[in-house]
Design a protein around this ligand. Structure first.
Ligand code: NAG
Ligand code: NAG
Ligand code: NAG
Ligand code: NAG
Ligand code: NAG
Length: 323
């Protein structure tokens, strides 16, 4: 810690790649960060210590020590995480405080889910902020500056007027208050994510099918000539998708729900390609070698062709099983 007084303390749930990047960025800007890493791997615990993240043993302590809680978890755990904090803060051991605890939900969830999570806070003293993360984890560049994702936030409670140091958090984390309505920020994130992750799913199907037909080199040659931007995106996004496919399954359903509940598309799913796209990522995660865990890390296809080959083997195995 520097000699300057800390701006505020942020509790981060949980310390994955994104949580760790955000923790480092906050600590580099003189914020305190605490996290409950008691049941995480020893590698995560060591990383937390090496990065000056304060360890807390339980949720009550996390609430006691934090001015802000940042929820960064797999989308399916978003509501349960909010519930845990509400429960901890309603416990008698929750320290009385001068400023209300602020809970910032940064998960890849639909506006509808965000509204239902916000409603859980109805009778609590905690302030709820809706948010989404667009871009990869913060990282320090060679020249010492940071590349940062964009974090739109929304809701009646504006981060810029939160105490302590709300406007400083907004500045450091590249947060923009986009609307006073809960759901605007997560909705923006969903609309953005749908284009990239939707395209990647189409590329999985297109490249796999072209491979089966023996025309993958020709497909690439034609893209090179007539759609070079598409080729570049596919070649980058297919290998990059593999370790994340299992997480995207639920996120794709949240995107479908966004389009249905807030876009006006049919609620019965008949206008929801993202329900099928969720199945494609489930296939990659569960039905191919690409989703297999390899000593703690997920196997990465080396190239777009490798991905096509391994998905094709997966669909072939499934066909054999069903015959
Ligand atoms: C937080 O701490 C409690 C108590 O040790 C533990 O049971 C719980 O699973 C922890 N939660 C997380 C997310 O680490
Ligand atoms: C939270 O703070 C209160 C008041 O200071 C204290 O009594 C309680 O033990 C703290 N809880 C934990 C889990 O540290
Ligand atoms: C808040 O309190 C009211 C009145 O007791 C109750 O009807 C409502 O269900 C509570 N909401 C939550 C989210 O617990
Ligand atoms: C906020 O979002 C609502 C729709 O939910 C829209 O009608 C309104 O114009 C937005 N406000 C601002 C300031 O953009
Ligand atoms: C894929 O694996 C996950 C985790 O093991 C499981 O929850 C899910 O139901 C599986 N999906 C299918 C289609 O088997």
């Amino acid at each position: 810690m520097g000699s300057e007084a800390r701006h505020a303390v942020c509790g981060i749930i949980s310390i994955g790649d994104m949580g760790m990047g955000i923790a480092r960025l906050l600590i580099a800007n003189n914020f305190g960060v605490v996290s409950n890493v008691s049941d995480r791997s020893s590698a995560t615990q060591r990383r937390a210590r090496d990065n000056n993240i304060g360890e807390v043993p339980c949720d009550i302590d996390l609430c006691n020590k934090s001015d802000y809680i940042l929820s960064i978890v797999p989308p399916r755990d978003a509501a349960a995480t909010a519930q845990r904090i509400i429960k901890a803060s309603s416990s008698l051991n929750f320290q009385p405080r001068s400023n209300p605890l602020v809970f910032i939900d940064l998960n890849a969830i639909s506006p509808k889910t965000a509204r239902s999570i916000a409603a859980l806070f109805e009778n609590s003293s905690i302030r709820f902020i809706d948010g989404g993360i667009i871009g990869g984890p913060p990282s320090r560049k060679e020249d010492g500056t940071w590349s940062r994702p964009s974090i739109p936030v929304s809701g009646p409670y504006n981060i810029n007027s939160a105490e302590p140091s709300g406007s400083k958090i907004a500045e450091v984390l590249n947060m923009q208050h986009v609307n006073d309505t809960i759901g605007s920020a997560t909705g923006l994130k969903m609309c953005f994510a749908s284009l990239a992750k939707g395209f990647t799913a189409l590329a999985i199907q297109s490249f796999t099918t072209a491979h089966n037909l023996g025309v993958l080199p020709e497909l690439k040659a034609h893209m090179e000539e007539f759609n070079p931007a598409g080729l570049k995106t596919a070649e980058r996004s297919l290998p990059g998708m593999c370790p994340k496919a299992y997480r995207w399954v639920h996120e794709m359903r949240e995107i479908a729900e966004t389009f249905e509940a807030d876009g006006g598309f049919a609620e019965d799913g008949s206008e929801s390609p993202f329900r099928a796209i969720a199945q494609i990522y489930d296939l990659v995660a569960n039905g191919t070698e690409l989703g297999k865990e390899v000593v703690g890390a997920r196997k990465r296809g080396k190239t777009a062709e490798d991905v096509a080959v391994l998905v094709s083997e997966g669909t072939e195995r499934r066909k054999v099983k069903m015959e």
